[in-house]
Design a protein around this ligand. Structure first.
Ligand SMILES: Cc1cc2nc3c(=O)[nH]c(=O)nc-3n(C[C@H](O)[C@H](O)[C@H](O)COP(=O)(O)O)c2cc1C
Length: 211
């Protein structure tokens, strides 16, 4: 992988800035086998071209009967504060005894990254496609978005928690009771190398099946 270093602070020089744009060259297998979540994220947020590519990738996921259940909302700038407020309200509903500090912490969560990408699944009753398959397609879209961020030198982490299951918060993203808020993808520029997690080795989860 030839990763041109990017810094969290964009250069003030325009030419230098163009050079610093994500220019990562890696083949598809490298991409798939090197993605890792990163929660330490700062400005700049993924640029418009990266978002365009990420959404194209999301539209390529396997999708039984072409139901297109995935929904994506980009939350950036001040909108993150409104999302944070919804997260705090969700916590208050889940834990009415939550302290002021806990609510403040919940309120600040959406500010942990310059962009939060909310991925949902709109579930349609279908004779051949049960709900789980529609949620899986939206989950695949979330993974495709993470991979596109990685390919372009950005990073992200997929989170859920109580707010993802809160009916009022879901409604704010156009999701009804039977729909799913699949995840909040926190996205931005990594400020540190991704944590080195021990990965499962194929023999732990894969085997030859002979009946
Ligand atoms: C549906 C789903 C929900 C998740 N929710 C959270 C979460 O709320 N908080 C968290 O720290 N990690 C959460 N994770 C895990 C992280 O996204 C990440 O996968 C994990 O930290 C391992 O890192 P890796 O992606 O590099 O393997 C979730 C993952 C999935 C698939």
């Amino acid at each position: 992988m030839n990763h041109v270093p990017r810094t969290a602070q964009p250069s003030t020089n325009r030419l230098q800035r163009a050079y610093e744009k994500p220019r990562i060259h890696m083949n598809a297998i490298e991409l798939l086998t090197t993605r890792a979540s990163q929660g330490k994220l700062s400005e700049p947020a993924p640029d418009d071209e990266t978002i365009r590519l990420a959404l194209e990738a999301a539209a390529r996921v396997p999708d039984h009967a072409g139901l297109r259940p995935y929904r994506v909302h980009l939350v950036r700038g001040a909108a993150r504060e409104r999302l944070g407020e919804l997260m705090a309200q969700a916590l208050r509903r889940e834990q009415p005894q939550a302290t002021v500090d806990e609510l403040a912490k919940a309120r600040s969560k959406a500010l942990r990254a310059p962009m939060v990408i909310v991925v949902g699944a709109v579930i349609r009753p279908h004779i051949k496609v049960p709900e789980i398959e529609q949620v899986l397609a939206a989950g695949a879209a979330a993974h495709a978005i993470l991979l596109a961020l990685h390919a372009r030198g950005y990073a992200g982490i997929w989170r859920t928690g109580g707010p993802a299951y809160d009916p009022d918060l879901k409604r704010a993203f156009g999701l009804g009771e039977h729909d799913a808020l699949v995840g909040f993808i926190y996205a931005g520029t990594p400020t540190a190398p991704a944590p080195r997690l021990t990965r499962a080795t194929p023999p732990e989860f894969a085997s030859e099946w002979n009946g």
